[in-house]
Design a protein around this ligand. Sequence first.
Ligand code: SF4
Length: 219
Amino acid sequence: MYLYTVTGAVGEEGYLDLAKSGDLTGKNVYVNMTNKCPCSCVFCLRQTKQQQEGNTLWLKEGEPSVETMLELFAQYDLNVINELVFCGFGEPLERLEDVCRVIDSLKETYPNLKVRLNTIGLANLIYGRDVTPELKGRFDTVSISLNAPDEKEFLELTRSKFGIQSYEAIKEFAVLSKQYVPNVVMTVVEKVMPEEKIQKCQEICNTLGVTLRVRPFEN
Ligand code: SF4
């Protein structure tokens, strides 16, 4: 499933194929173009084989081409939606170039399209260079999963292939992104994290000059 809406229901029913989502007015449309990710978070649904095989966000047929995505989008009127969200069952920026091509093409038709990136914030380590200038004019919001109040806990949770440097890297990614993206947000999940750790995350975000969003817990 490449394009979907979120119904609010828990589990698999929570994701609805765009083709079955009815009137899209005011809705967020989610884009799932890759299952690749530099992390293997302990809480990620990608971790279990059962989820991989059964989950509609697992791209059994492989990653869609840019052309396939644009053909799909052509079936819908994006003027009416609230926001287009690149998230996926993986890290969207694993396909940085393709994601940029899709957005550029859509913005020719919809210059005012609001676009958000949900990311783990490790793209600069993936590519070995600063890719944040490429976010300019493409994304209105970048939402980075902070996950933890320190580097050790972050690594334990995400099992990032880049190791202990990952936490510093995502904070740097947030700061760099601010130059190019109007709204940079870092997120943690409520209930999963005790209040004092959320407070520490808030202080980190204050220092970085970004907004902390405490996401509601969904299992
Ligand atoms: S960063 Fe996201 S997609 Fe990657 S393993 Fe963690 S939860 Fe899963």
